[in-house]
Write a protein that binds this ligand. Structure first.
Ligand code: CMC
Length: 384
């Protein structure tokens, strides 16, 4: 019997294609030539969305018309609104979680988009902008239905980040909260061939449509090894808090971590396939989140203190660093966002990266079809 050809489990280290959109390196994270810390400091999410979707930095007038276009596309069709009205029932009495409802909402939008079956660059860009504009509305309406309240309508005086917070909570967010949300969206926007983006490229590579590719990407992002880690990280911190009590007793935190190591638990929000010395996005969000916690009060500062101790133990004992999802969990919690909406918010940002990749795939397509190393039974006869 011949042995199976070698392969990289999980495609680790495999270069699966080219992209002009993003470069993920140990030393830097770069969107179309701009370093992530530069973007987080100096660019709005809308500017980054334009950069990713159109391919270059917008002029002031291009940005203004892009922002206006997005605002004019925020409302969603009646049939999708009717579906979202059932969110409370689906979440409270059945098995749905917000990521599933968002996936269905996006899939429904496909049926009503006049460009749905058109994969031309112009149609793809129009569809990308519509999805970017409408996803916060789906998230907001869904949360309103889960909270058993009337739908809060989009507010065209607000930016993407501010409108997202407004629609979920019904409260006009502070400038500080908008800034934190905006930066988190910048940080989440793009990350080369991560699992969900690769999923979207595989789907687009069959010449399937943009909405279908995005729907598949949402399903891929949901998992806790990928985007679902921001929710899982916060759930883990809540579990530690429930186990050790309200005070941050370092001996108890240490004991909790030692047990987790002994049980070979994967600690959520830590580790990365590419970044082995730390995720460039994590300290940026951690700094902003910590500042927000200090403004909100002791309970939130204690949460960050707990997270920092967990992080210190992971780094010193395992040499494993937090990824962006770890500070994200604590930051969104501090902002009062319901935990099951953390990954949908990731979608409200990553939709830009996915759509950029889908357009890049369609523009220079070849079917993505790798092979598998067969390790099943040798050939045999059905009648033996
Ligand atoms: N907790 C404990 N041990 C870990 C962790 C972790 N979070 N991450 C890696 N390790 C250990 C792992 O047990 C393994 O040890 P050993 O060689 O002794 O078996 C070693 O480090 C290599 O881990 P791996 O799982 O083979 O690494 P990978 O490249 O396949 O996985 C990962 C990367 C992100 C899936 C993994 O680190 C993980 O499961 N992390 C927790 C989930 C998470 O935070 N995901 C978010 C990813 S980044 C942002 C995003 O996509 O949203």
């Amino acid at each position: 019997m011949t042995s199976a050809p070698t392969h990289a489990k999980g495609l680790e280290g495999v270069i699966a294609g080219e992209t002009e959109i993003c470069n993920v390196e140990q030393s830097a994270l770069i969107y179309r030539g701009y370093e992530i810390a530069d973007l987080a400091e100096n660019a709005s999410f809308e500017e980054v969305a334009y950069l990713l979707l159109v391919g270059r930095k917008p002029s002031a007038s291009e940005l203004e018309s892009f922002e206006n276009e997005l605002k004019s596309e925020r409302s969603i069709p009646d049939s999708v609104r009717s579906f979202l009205k059932t969110s409370g029932d689906l979440v409270h009495h059945h098995s749905a979680v917000p990521m599933d409802l968002l996936r269905t909402g996006v899939s429904m939008l496909a049926h009503l988009d006049p460009d749905c079956q058109d994969n031309s660059p112009e149609a793809n860009l129009r569809k990308s902008k519509r999805l970017l504009a409408k996803i916060p509305t789906i998230i907001g309406h869904m949360q309103n239905a889960i909270d058993a309240r009337d739908f809060i309508e989009p507010d065209s005086s607000l930016s993407h980040a501010a409108n997202l917070l407004w629609m979920m909570t019904g409260e006009k967010p502070s400038d500080e909260a908008v800034k934190v949300m905006d930066v988190s969206l910048v940080l989440y926007a793009e990350h080369d061939y991560n699992a969900s983006t690769f999923t979207s490229r595989v789907i687009a590579g069959t010449l399937s449509d943009l909405h279908g590719a995005v729907t598949g990407a949402i399903a891929a992002l949901k998992g806790p090894l990928h985007g679902g880690a921001n929710e899982a990280a916060m759930e883990m911190l809540a579990e530690i808090r429930a186990d050790i009590g309200h005070e941050n007793d370092n001996a108890k935190i240490h004991a909790w971590m030692e047990k987790a190591f002994a049980d070979k638990r994967k600690l959520m929000g830590f580790g990365h396939r590419v970044y082995k010395n730390g995720d460039h996005r994590a300290p940026i969000l951690h700094g902003l989140g910590r500042k927000a916690a200090e403004a909100r009060g002791e309970e939130f500062v204690k949460l960050f203190d707990l997270g920092e101790e967990v992080q210190r133990i992971m780094e010193t004992e395992k040499n494993i660093f937090p990824n962006v999802d770890f500070p994200c969990g604590m930051t969104y919690y501090t902002m009062g966002i319901p935990v099951p909406q953390y990954t949908p918010i990731f979608v409200a940002s990553r939709i830009t990266g996915w759509c950029a990749h889908i357009m890049e795939q369609h523009a220079n397509n070849r079917l993505i079809r790798p092979r598998a190393a067969y390790v099943g039974p040798a050939t045999r006869n059905w009648n033996d």
